[in-house]
Design a protein around this ligand. Sequence first.
Ligand code: ATP
Length: 233
Amino acid sequence: MNSSTATARSACPAIETRDLMFRWPGREQPLVFPDISLAAGEHLFLHGPSGTGKSTLLGLLAGMQTPQTGSISLLGQQTSAMRAGARDRFRADHMGVIFQQFNLVPYLSALANVTLPCRLSALRRARADRHPDTAASELLKELGIPESHWHHGVTELSIGQQQRVAAARALIGAPEIILADEPTSALDTDNRDRFLDLLLTLARERQCSVVFVSHDRSLASHFHHQLALGGTP
Ligand SMILES: Nc1ncnc2c1ncn2[C@@H]1O[C@H](COP(=O)(O)OP(=O)(O)OP(=O)(O)O)[C@@H](O)[C@H]1O
C-alpha cells in the first residue's frame, strides 16, 4: 500500500455508529446497540451471549440490513443513508467479510474464490497492486494453504483450510474494513489461536480495521478494543 492510502485511512474513523436500533420483521423486541467509534487500523472484539445481536450488528455494518433508527458512517460516508445498490458497491470496494460458514463459492477453486473480490471491484483489483492470481497466491501461501490445493474445488478442502481461504478472500486488495463473524467456532484451540494471529497480522500489515465477533471472551486480549452486547460487563 502506498503512503497516500495510509494517510487517507487515518483521516477519519473507519467505523462510527450512533443510536442504532434494528427490529427483525415479526419480532416484537428491537435490538438496541451501543455506539461504536473505531479508528482506522484498529481491531475491535465484539462479544456477548447468543441472541444479543452480534451477527445482526455485523449485517448492519456490512450494509446487508439497514437500521430503523440511528446512523452508520464508514470511512466518513454515511452508508446507512445509501440505497441498497450503493451499499453493495461500498461493500465490494471497501470491506472483506468472513462469515461463520465462510460463504465460499463451492464450484470455484480456492484461488478463484480468493480473486473474486478483484473481479467484483476495480478498486480492490487496483489495490492488489499486481495480477489478482499473484496476490491471491501470496495470501494463500502466507495463510499456509499448500500449493497443490489452490486449484481444487473449495469443498475438497478441510474446514480449517476453507476458513483460511475465506480470510485470504477478505484480505485481497486491502479493504479498509474487515468484518468477521465467529470464523473460529469450528476450530480447536491451537488452530483458533494460529488463525487469529495470522488474520490480525495480515490485517495490521494492510492497515485494515477489524470487527471480530465471538462469544469466546478468551480471544479479547488479541484486540485493541472490546465491546459487549446484551449488558455483559
Ligand atoms: N433473519 C432473521 N429473522 C428474524 N429474526 C432474526 C433473524 N436473524 C436474527 N434474528 C433474531 O435477532 C436476534 C439476534 O440474533 P443474532 O443472530 O444477531 O444474535 P447473535 O448474538 O449473533 O447470536 P449467536 O451468538 O447465537 O450467533 C435473535 O433474537 C434472533 O432470533
